[in-house]
Design a binder for this molecule. Structure first.
Ligand code: HEC
Length: 135
């Protein structure tokens, strides 16, 4: 009897939690190309979230065991100073190519240049910061 009462409350609480978290986690809404942003968010979830976190805060499932912590993509202070070109290079050729940790893998053979450009733009959206070096 108790479970019958508790269960809908749990389902409701979960639904509320998902709704509250959505603006941060879900694909950012953009009237012009919603589908592309959604696809990019999905790419991030597939290839990046295990280290950078589903919340984009650097606390992915792998992070605990890593000697160098994945970058917190939601942090405007940390992300702001990184030029767009470095973000693209880091994603394409890996952390070492921009004098960062080898633990940041290279994605240039997995993702297309367009997907990487989209990810770079998406990361800027996530940190809510422009690149100081590009203004
Ligand atoms: C195996 C874990 C791992 C995965 C998977 C991963 N990263 Fe990283 N990433 C890291 C680590 C660790 C750093 C921090 C490197 C440092 O500060 O030395 C990093 C840093 C970065 C940076 C900052 C680079 C800079 O110049 O400071 C960007 C941008 C980035 N990652 C994007 C991505 C994207 C996009 C993906 C998915 C396509 C991804 N990462 C997947 C571990 C990972």
């Amino acid at each position: 009897m108790l479970t019958v009462r508790v269960q809908p409350v749990r389902v409701f609480a979960l639904a509320v939690a998902v709704l509250l978290a959505c603006p941060r986690i879900c694909a950012p809404a953009r009237a012009d190309d919603d589908a592309r942003w959604a696809a990019t968010a999905k790419t991030y979830n597939t290839y990046c979230a295990q280290c950078h976190g589903l919340n984009r805060n650097g606390k992915g499932i792998n992070a605990k065991s890593m000697a160098v912590q994945p970058r917190d993509h939601s942090d405007p202070k940390g992300m702001g100073p990184i030029p767009d070109a470095e973000i693209v290079k880091a994603i394409t050729d890996g952390g070492l190519s921009v004098n960062k940790s080898v633990l940041m893998p290279a994605w240039g053979k997995v993702l297309s240049p367009q997907q990487i450009q989209d990810l770079a733009a998406y990361i800027r959206h996530v940190c809510n910061c422009g690149s100081a070096a590009n203004h």
